[in-house]
Design a protein around this ligand. Structure first.
Ligand code: PMT
Length: 399
C-alpha cells in the first residue's frame, strides 16, 4: 500500500516565487496515493496558472469564496471537511498573519478556520521578513495552536539575500508528509488498549471517578487499527463512538477492568494502559442510597486498594509488550521512571496534566515516552496525531 493511499490533501498556494514548485509537489504526493485538491490565492495566480494545477491534480482549482459554480461543486466548508491534511506552500508573511489572526479574507484563510484536519504551513519569504518580530509572533501563535511549521530553509533567495526564508525542497515536504502517516504494518498483531475512567460505586447512585474522557485511548485504538492491528479496546464509561473495526468491551469499575484485561492480555502483542484507573475503591458499597442526617456533619468512607492492572499484565508469563501512562502534576519524569520500573513496563508515556490544554478531557496532548534507556518526545498536537506517533514509536520498539 502507498504511504498516502486515500489521504485527502488540500494544498493552499499563496503568492510567492516558490509557487512554481507546487505542480511537482502535487505530482509527488499523488505518486504516494494521495488525492490532492488545490486552493490558490490571487497572489499565487501571479506566479503560476490554475490550469497547470488543474492538469496535475486532476481537479478544478478552487480560488474564490464567491464563485457560485465552484461552491456548488465543492463548497469551502465541504473542502475543509474533505481534507485529512491541509498543506500551505509557499506561505507568505501575509498568509501567516491572516492565519494567526483568524481572518477569513479569502477561500484559503476560510478553509484554515473551518477545518479540523492537521495544518502544515511551509513558509517562504525574504529573510528579513522571516526574522521580523511580527512574523515570529505570528509563528508562535500558530505553533501554539498546533499548526506545524516546516522550514524555512537557509540559502540564497530569489531577491539575492542570503539567510532563512527559502521554501524547503519538494522532496523534503513529501518525505515529511509520508512520515506523518508511516507506521510499520501491524497486520497479524493484536493490541489491547484500556481507555477512559473507572467508576467506584459508593452506593447505588454515587461513585468516585475522574476527568478522563477516553479520547486519548480511543485515538490510540483507532491509530493501531488503521495501521493493521486487530484491536480490543476496554473502556470505562465515556461518551465516544467506537472506532471502526475495533472490538470494544465496556467496564465500569477497576475490578471489572482488571478481569477483562487479564482475559485479553495473554493473546496480545501489545497492551497499552491509557485508562485512568481509581487506585482505591469503597470497601463496603452501601446497598441503598446513603441518607444525609442532621446529626452527621462529617461522613467517612473506607477505601481499599484496587489491583494494579498494568503491573499484573506485566507479570504474565506470556507478557505482551506493555505500555503504561503516567498522569502527573509535578516531578513528571521522576514519577514516570519510577512507575516504569515498579510496574515492570516496556515503555511509559508521561503526561504532564498540570499543563493547560492537554491531558484529561482535552482534544490535545503531549507525551514524553520513556524506555529503560531512552526518551522520546511527542510534541503537543491533537490526540489523533499524538496517537499515530505513539503507535509508530511502539511498533519501532517491537523489533
Ligand atoms: O481520557 P482522556 O481525557 O483523553 O485523557 C487521557 C489521560 C490523561 C487519562 C491519559 O493520557 C493518561 O495519562 N492515562 C493514565 C492516567 C493514570 O491514571 O495515570 P496513573 O499515573 O495514575 O497510572 C499509571 C499507570 O498505571 C496507567 O497506565 C494506569 O492505566 C495504570 N493503572 C493505575 C492504577 C491501577 N489500579 N491500575 C493500573 O493499571
Amino acid at each position: 500500500m502507498q504511504t498516502l493511499q486515500d489521504k485527502n490533501i488540500v494544498i493552499g498556494i499563496t503568492g510567492g516565487i516558490a509557487a512554481y514548485k507546487i505542480p511537482e509537489l502535487v505530482r509527488r504526493l499523488k505518486d504516494q496515493g494521495a488525492n490532492v485538491r488545490v486552493v490558490m490565492t490571487d497572489g499565487a495566480k501571479a506566479f503560476i496558472t490554475p490550469l497547470t494545477l488543474q492538469a496535475v491534480s486532476g481537479y478544478a482549482v478552487s480560488d474564490s469564496l464567491l464563485d457560485t459554480e465552484a461552491e456548488l461543486a465543492m463548497g469551502h466548508i465541504e473542502l475543509a471537511k474533505w481534507a485529512d491534511l491541509v498543506l500551505v506552500a509557499p506561505a507568505t508573511a501575509n498568509t501567516l498573519a491572516k492565519f494567526a489572526h483568524g481572518l477569513a479574507a479569502d477561500l484559503l484563510s476560510t478553509i484554515i478556520l473551518a477545518t479540523n484536519a492537521p495544518i502544515v504551513v511551509i513558509p517562504a519569504m525574504n529573510q528579513q521578513m522571516w526574522h521580523a518580530q511580527a512574523t515570529q509572533d505570528n509563528i508562535a501563535i500558530l505553533q501554539n495552536r498546533q499548526v506545524s511549521i516546516w522550514g524555512p530553509a537557509q540559502g540564497e533567495q530569489a531577491c539575492g539575500d542570503l539567510g532563512y526564508g527559502r521554501m524547503i525542497e519538494v522532496a523534503e515536504i513529501v518525505e515529511r508528509t509520508c512520515q506523518l502517516y508511516q507506521t510499520k504494518s501491524l497486520t497479524d498483531q493484536h493490541w489491547v488498549i484500556t481507555a477512559g475512567p473507572t467508576r467506584e460505586a459508593i452506593d447505588p447512585v454515587r461513585y468516585i471517578s475522574n476527568h478522563s474522557s477516553g479520547k486519548m485511548g480511543f485515538a490510540i485504538a483507532e491509530a493501531a487499527q488503521q495501521a493493521g492491528a486487530s484491536v480490543t479496546l476496554i473502556s470505562g464509561p465515556v461518551n465516544l463512538p467506537t472506532p471502526p473495526g475495533v472490538e470494544r468491551i465496556d467496564i465500569e469499575s477497576a475490578e471489572q477492568l482488571h478481569q477483562q484485561a487479564l482475559k485479553s492480555a495473554p493473546k496480545a502483542t501489545v497492551f497499552i494502559a491509557c485508562a485512568a484507573v481509581a487506585d482505591y475503591r469503597v470497601e463496603q458499597v452501601a446497598p441503598h442510597k446513603i441518607k444525609k442526617t442532621n446529626d452527621n456533619e462529617q461522613m467517612q468512607l473506607n477505601l481499599v486498594k484496587n489491583p494494579d492492572i498494568v503491573a499484573d499484565v506485566a507479570q504474565l508469563t506470556n507478557k505482551p509488550f506493555t505500555v503504561g501512562f503516567a498522569a502527573e502534576t509535578q516531578d513528571v519524569e521522576q514519577y514516570a521512571l519510577a512507575k516504569l520500573k515498579r510496574k515492570n513496563l516496556d515503555l511509559i508515556a508521561a503526561n504532564d496534566v498540570a499543563q493547560q490544554g492537554q491531558g484529561f478531557n482535552s482534544d490535545n496532548n503531549a507525551l514524553t515516552v520513556f524506555s529503560r534507556e531512552k526518551q522520546f518526545d511527542i510534541p503537543l498536537a491533537n490526540k489523533q496525531i499524538v496517537a499515530q506517533q505513539l503507535v509508530k514509536l511502539i511498533s519501532e520498539q517491537l523489533d
